[in-house]
Design a protein around this ligand. Structure first.
Ligand code: HEM
Length: 392
């Protein structure tokens, strides 16, 4: 059995591969692509919280080259103390108060998109809703003007796209990324002269103490990299979560009806959707020392994939892991990562998905996804649908 994160066939259904890995190769080695992979829940969890051994500083997707990491000073690709400094600073922009204040905006957006489709009797849920809402929300937070949001979304999609079986960034992805960087440099140049009540202005102004106790600001490049990361992280993953939600709730109409009758159950259902099909299927790390596990020694500097998608289906941790059960209690949510790099946008993602499902079910309580029309995205570690035709 082979694990290839770039195989389109693998994207269709990675779960049989994961099961094989957990049972037969819990420390899997891929010589061709030069990586190890951990697939059991306990191993993925332990590695995720041990940032001293499992470093993020050389990038967290397999295809990234360390030179590119230097060009993109993003928080996701940092270890302490650099990570601590940046995380402290950007956390100011993600306070519970700031996130909660977005609820009326998210609800109004959801209502507007649904009002446009409700009389039609059918739609493509991803194209007509799931892809639209998250970019609007994150753009509101970051300060991307309305007229630029579709472009930013299309560039982010293109920057994450990967060709079949090619473990590298396609030219089109690199070009899209350069364009995003240029776009955000222009945006911050504007915010330096015309600050507004948005995250970009806040990040340009914010000061944080370095290790010497000296207050310093983020560099322009750090702000650009953060805005760029947010438009990808805040957009792609939530779109996948929303698409996954309607596909799973269409497959399980009895569970959907329960949620329609008792919307208070939606947050638990969202946690189960995240466990069942995590939008971010793995995070890569680089070893800072030799690690021996299950009889295999992984050497220092080795690349290790922490397979979240597999961990969330580990029968050693979950009862009947392949059963989708919206009543299941998921106390620890590995789909958002854990420890130092736990997702900064988790509460926003939860808010967007709760409000979206509340509004969808209020208008369209009965629906069916036409699974023959499902199309997947092909990204390195983000799995989900590009298209989900649905009727009611
Ligand atoms: C369903 C939606 C989402 C999922 C599944 C998700 C998943 C994740 C995961 C797994 C990580 C940790 C990666 C690692 O350990 O290497 C992470 C980190 C991060 N996420 Fe999310 N995310 C989601 C939504 C969002 C949103 C809406 C935002 C922004 C508003 C966001 C911003 C971030 C940032 C900035 C980090 C880096 C944190 C750090 O390195 O300290 N994410 N996310």
């Amino acid at each position: 059995m082979e694990l290839s994160p770039f195989s389109y066939e693998f994207h269709e259904n990675p779960y049989p591969t994961y099961k094989w890995l957990r049972d037969h190769a819990p420390v899997y080695r891929n010589d061709e692509l030069d990586f190890y992979a951990l697939s059991r829940y306990r191993d993925v969890f332990d590695a995720t919280v041990d940032h001293e051994t499992y470093s993020s500083a050389k990038g967290t997707v397999l295809e990234i080259d360390p030179k590119m990491v230097e060009m993109f000073p993003i928080i996701l690709f940092m270890d302490p103390p650099r990570h601590t400094r940046l995380r402290k600073l950007v956390s100011h922009a993600f306070t519970p108060r700031r996130i909660a204040a977005l609820e009326p905006i998210i609800r109004a957006l959801a209502q507007d998109y649904l009002d446009r489709i409700v009389e039609r009797g059918s739609c493509d849920f991803v194209r007509d809703f799931g892809a639209l809402l998250p970019i609007e929300v994150i753009s509101t937070l970051v300060g991307v003007p309305t007229g630029d949001r579709t472009t930013v979304r299309e560039l982010t999609d293109a920057a994450l796209h990967r060709e079949p079986d090619r473990p590298e960034f396609p030219e089109s992805a690199l070009a899209a990324n350069s364009e995003l960087v240029r776009y955000f440099f222009d945006l911050i140049a504007d915010r330096r002269t015309h600050p507004r009540d948005d995250m970009t202005s806040l990040l340009l102004e914010a000061e944080v103490e370095n290790e010497q106790g000296v207050k310093e600001r983020l560099t322009d490049f750090e702000v650009v990299a953060f805005c760029n990361l947010l438009s990808a992280a805040g957009n792609e993953t939530v779109t996948k979560l929303l698409g996954n939600a309607v596909v799973l709730l269409s497959r399980h109409p009895e569970q959907r009806r329960k949620l329609v009758a008792q919307p208070g159950r939606i947050p638990d259902a969202v946690e189960e959707i995240l466990r069942y099909w995590p939008p971010a299927q793995y995070s890569a790390r680089t070893l800072m020392r030799d690690v021996s596990l299950h009889g295999v020694t992984m050497p220092r500097d080795a690349r290790v994939l922490l397979l979240t998608g597999s961990a969330c289906r580990d029968e050693r941790e979950f009862a009947e892991p392949d059963v989708f059960d919206s009543d299941r209690r998921n106390d620890i949510q590995l789909a958002f990562g854990y420890g130092l790099h736990r997702c900064l946008g988790a509460s926003l993602a939860r808010l967007e998905s709760r409000v979206s499902l509340e509004e969808l079910h209020a208008r369209i309580p009965e629906y069916e996804v036409d699974e023959s029309g499902l199309e997947r995205v092909h990204m390195s570690n983000v799995h989900g649908f590009a298209s989900a035709p649905m009727r009611w």
